[in-house]
Design a binder for this molecule. Structure first.
Ligand code: FAD
Length: 323
């Protein structure tokens, strides 16, 4: 018997929606391990989201300290490690995003635990399915240590739903915080009213065929009508057309929105690895042979120059009619 310690991220008074796939996994793992799910929130104001997190698990532990304002694996990992031991966790899990991928290997090392990263399914107590070869094949891995660490591919688990009764929230001290000589020099983030790419319900992505950063404004207009987040292929981010943190794919963000609109993106396997879990995929490409059409639910063979302004205009009409 062992508990499942689910490290979750929060924003203000809410859990980030990217945590919900991790919690779906955590519940399934807790059932197999005969323990309970314990949510761990860490940050400078993590306790603000305690009540929201308690809707999803019987126990929530918050660790607040001003020195934890910015995520750093150096400072967060010892806290997760200590609480995993104190709480009798046989499983420590996190979402396989930039934070979870940075944090959990350190925790695994400190706990002397085996780790499975980016898992897409729970096969048995300590057996996991995970994608290999850019998502073109799956392997089943088995971890044989007493404590195990897992990062969970967000697109492969349906978000956990709230429980009937809220759990208890308690706080724990951060202990000595030592960044091991590392420091956050500055944070550069683009201010945007659009939803976060990881959490968005709708994503509009553009590729190299957009030709310039200026042309992305047309896509941004589409995103704003739909309340969507902006994404891009690596060819577009590498060319400096749009910020690097818009990149979707094997070496970018893995997203699984309800609607993914891929514009002027060919559909290379490395791009598909980041978005093919989307519920509905719409592709707009002038090349009818583009591989993106193989995964698209709806495809439009035309140029973006023609399709996007028309689409924006029609959507605006629909919105106005429903206002
Ligand atoms: P292209 O393949 O050049 O496609 C452009 C498309 O635009 C074409 O299909 C064309 O028909 C269409 N087009 C052109 N003009 C128009 C128009 N006017 N209207 C409509 N359509 C038009 N890529 C990622 O995206 N994400 C990753 O995470 C990633 N990781 C990688 C990791 C590794 C190790 C490697 C080797 C590669 C990785 N790549 C990744 C790169 C990937 O292999 C492709 O090169 C890249 O996805 C191509 O981007 P693209 O589809 O925008 O460009």
């Amino acid at each position: 018997m062992g508990n499942v310690l689910a490290f979750c991220e929060s924003s203000g008074a809410s859990l980030k929606s990217s945590a919900l796939a991790n919690l779906a996994f955590a519940r399934a793992a807790a059932e197999k391990h005969g323990g309970e799910v314990i949510i761990l929130l860490v940050g400078s104001e993590a306790s603000a989201a305690g009540a929201d997190a308690a809707r999803y698990a019987g126990k929530v532990i918050t660790v607040d300290d001003g020195a934890l304002e910015h995520f750093m694996a150096e400072t967060y990992a010892p806290i997760v490690t200590r609480l995993a031991k104190e709480q009798g966790a046989s499983v420590v899990c996190a979402t396989a995003n930039s934070v979870g991928k940075d944090l959990l290997p350190r925790v695994a090392f400190a706990l002397d635990a085996a780790m499975a990263s980016d898992i897409s399914g729970l096969v048995d107590k300590n057996q996991f399915k995970r994608p290999i070869l850019a998502g073109n094949a799956y392997s089943t891995v088995e971890l044989s240590t007493d404590t195990i660490c897992v990062t969970v591919r967000q697109s492969e688990f349906d978000p956990a739903q709230p429980l009937d009764a809220a759990g208890a929230v308690e706080s724990a001290p951060a202990g000595d915080i030592d960044a091991l000589g590392a420091e956050v020099v500055r944070v550069e983030s683009s201010k945007s009213d659009r939803p976060d790419l990881n959490d968005a319900d709708v994503v509009v992505s553009g590729g190299r065929g957009m030709k310039s950063g200026d042309n992305f404004k047309v896509l941004e207009e589409l995103a704003d009508v739909l309340g969507a987040a902006m994404g891009a292929s690596r060819a577009a981010t590498d060319a400096g057309m749009v910020p690097a943190d818009w990149q979707v794919g094997q070496t970018g963000k893995i997203v699984a929105p309800n609607l993914y609109i891929a514009v002027a993106i060919s559909g290379a396997i490395q791009h598909l690895a980041g978005m093919k879990g989307s519920k509905t995929i719409v592709a707009i490409n002038k090349d009818p042979e583009a591989p993106i059409f193989q995964v698209a639910d709806y495809g439009l063979v035309t140029t973006w120059e023609k399709a996007i302004p028309e689409l924006v205009e029609e959507l605006k009409k629909v919105k106005a009619a429903n206002a």
